[in-house]
Write a protein that binds this ligand. Sequence first.
Ligand code: 5AD
Length: 345
Amino acid sequence: MEQRIERLAREHTLPPEDFRALLAGMTPAVRENLRRRAREAARARFGNRIYTRGLIEFTNYCRNDCYYCGIRRSNAAAQRYRLTKEEILDCCREGYALGFRTFVLQGGEDGYFTDDRLAEIVAAIRAGYPDCAITLSVGERSRESYQRLFDAGANRYLLRHETADCAHYASLHPRELSLAHRMECLYTLKEIGYQVGAGFMVGSPGQTVDTLVKDLCFLQELHPQMVGIGPFIPQKDTPLGGEKAGTLEDTLGLLAIIRLMLPDVLLPATTALGTIHPRGREEGILSGANVVMPNLSPAAVRRKYALYDNKVSFGEEAAQGWRLLEQRMEAIGYTLAVERGDYGD
Ligand code: 5AD
């Protein structure tokens, strides 16, 4: 095992059968070994700086019906909201003053946000904050749409692939959604020139060592600039609401493997990781993560963007908790960076 880990750290890749053996043989000792090396790799590349992104959850309307997600269209218990352009710009103004230089606009696939409306919002942010990066996370759209949003000033796009195994994908999503189309979107986004983020939930129902090997091989092939992973957490009003949550340990092991595979990648310690364990975010950073994404959404809507149960959104999860978050990062030897933090910087 030691040799496999050594090889992964040196060559940034492994044959699928070695990824398989690594995942299947993930004892606590193996995981700690991976985490130590991943931490060193992140230190060598980024020093002790953690990049920050201000997350603006601007709509929880969604046309999709993903079985795991709390804002799926069939969830009648979800209280729907959408922010106006002015409210979104207010979030940016507040975020900029707090020190954020990346704004992440995330939402469900909401038909209200046509290309015209969304491009207008992106253009307004671009005009007001020329030194900031704009990240979009609004799901599957057409090439023309992605191009228009890029031309309006968006720089990055997050679209998790969720799982790189077709049958597993089909077990988590209704028939109208396909892995093939999700992957096509990711390649299109890359072609247009976005910095692209893929990723998946850890411990989603039906996930196995084999589906995870496919995830790692897909990440290797796509070579995204960002990877978002966090534990699956059941949401009680969804079809998968009675399933078990993913674990902290599994997520930390995978973060470490991804850091070693993609030494330059921007890798967040996600909100879901902070939700399943009080030290989740810190442990994520100590496994090679180098990004945090505090919540900039107006406090009044924050609880409504409930992808899963008990999502944390106040205290150091909130953008307003910058100082609190900074203290927690400093306690483990890191500092929050006030800069865009583009891939390859
Ligand atoms: N648990 C954890 N993560 C979830 N997501 C959606 N629902 C859940 C859940 N129940 C993740 C998906 C999606 C991202 C925005 O949130 O991976 O891509």
